[in-house]
Design a protein around this ligand. Structure first.
Ligand code: ADP
Length: 175
């Protein structure tokens, strides 16, 4: 499903964040150490190869809400933007920290003049953020940032499960 808002194409689709050819940067739902792990971080590091962690080491640790950018190595993209989402119920205020992830990821992309990025659903896996609340925050943040974007033309959301895709589609339709 796609929708254009103020000349920015927003797409939501089901897929693997580590397999997004044609997108300049993919966002990693990282851990503080920027290491491999489960979920999104595992998929990204496996597909990118060990050089990604070599590059990440000097940038770690990062705090919740922060985002750093690296090369994409063996991934079919130019860059990876690593965001540390809040752990639900631990890192507070979690809504603000999740908002910062999306804001800072867009900032890193704009600094490199990128035209397209793809996001996974940050914090809604191992970090336990309820998907509906998180989806609202991601869309509201992106809507607020759209007027500031100078280079980005396409924002894609890649959901792993059919249930998550449905939530994103419903919210995008209402936007
Ligand atoms: P966090 O630690 O920030 O919660 P996770 O990686 O555990 O991050 O999960 C975030 C979301 O990404 C979850 O909804 C999970 O189902 C989904 N996910 C897991 N693997 C992938 C993948 N390869 N591509 C896209 N989304 C994924």
């Amino acid at each position: 499903m796609k929708k254009t808002i103020q000349n920015i194409e927003i797409e939501v689709s089901r897929g693997d964040i580590a397999n997004q050819p044609g997108i300049e940067a993919v966002i990693n739902a990282a851990n503080a150490q920027l290491a491999t792990g489960g979920g999104v971080a595992g998929a990204i590091h496996r597909a990118a190869g060990p050089q990604l962690y070599e590059e990440c080491k000097s940038l770690a640790p990062i705090a919740p809400g922060e985002a750093v950018i690296t090369g994409a190595h063996n991934l079919p993209n130019k860059f990876v933007i690593h965001c540390l989402g809040p752990v639900y119920g631990r890192d507070k205020p979690e809504d603000k920290l999740l908002e910062n992830c999306y804001k800072n990821a867009l900032k890193r992309a704009e600094e490199k003049n990128l035209k397209s990025v793809a996001f996974p659903s940050i914090s809604t896996g191992a970090f336990g953020y309820p998907i509906k609340e998180a989806t609202k925050i991601s869309f509201n943040t992106i809507l607020a940032e759209i007027p500031k974007l100078k280079h980005l033309q396409k924002l894609k959301f890649v959901l792993f499960s059919e249930a998550d895709l449905e939530i994103y589609e419903t919210m995008l339709a209402e936007m």
